[in-house]
Design a protein around this ligand. Sequence first.
Ligand code: SF4
Ligand code: SF4
Length: 257
Amino acid sequence: MTQERSNNPQEEERFSLRPIEEGARFPFSCHPGVSCFNECCKQIDVLLTPFDVVRMKNVLGIQSDEFMVKYAEMQKFKGTELPLLKLKMNEGEKCVFLGEEGCTIYENRPVVCRNYPTGVATKKPDEEAGKNSFFIIEEKMCKGHFEKDQWTVHEYKENQGATELDKQNHTWLEIVARLKSMELKNDRDQKMNIFIMVSYDLDSFRSFVFNSSFLNRFDIKDEVVSQIKSDDEELLKFGFEWLKFALFAEGPIHPRK
Ligand code: SF4
Ligand code: SF4
């Protein structure tokens, strides 16, 4: 899941992706003193993960469906029918959370904003787990690459608070990778609606679990039911397992016998 520049036919000339070994260092620092401050928060596709949405809607004190309408929009992943949520751009193609002083949700900014300028090559679902292939996104307008601080990719992610979020989103990213490569047939719309509800509209998923026949139909332990009732992050993790059942007929969630 990466940031992508939008609406620019010459975008490939504006940046390059430089491969970097796992333990190698790269120079980078971003702070209000750089001449390009905030430039990277314009004309950009910031794809959101489920944990991003939960953190942001909770800090804004709104429900997930309201967040989706006010602050985000759907786009289909290139060449597929897979709907992914991204941040809205305001007038002037500025991120909806960009203020005069910079990011107005900095403590809860999405994981792709935290990881920038690092990236990891997406593995195909059938590729074996092994060494990751990292790269550095070098954009011409970004002056952070000329600063003195030096990082390995892992040090940088840890410093930006991305490491834990990457772990939380891991199962979901695996589901996304499988969906991207799957040919969805006549049940496509139903599957995509389930994917959208669990991934981005957690308050509706909670209502689906607790205000329908769901708990009568599925064999869920009492302690799990009490955990997911009040804890958004636990509900989301449970949702990922439910997605595995609903999309691929696998995983630990089973109908009652
Ligand atoms: S363009 Fe680079 S240095 Fe400038 S604000 Fe964005 S990340 Fe920071
Ligand atoms: S969420 Fe914050 S850091 Fe990310 S693009 Fe928007 S303003 Fe920039």
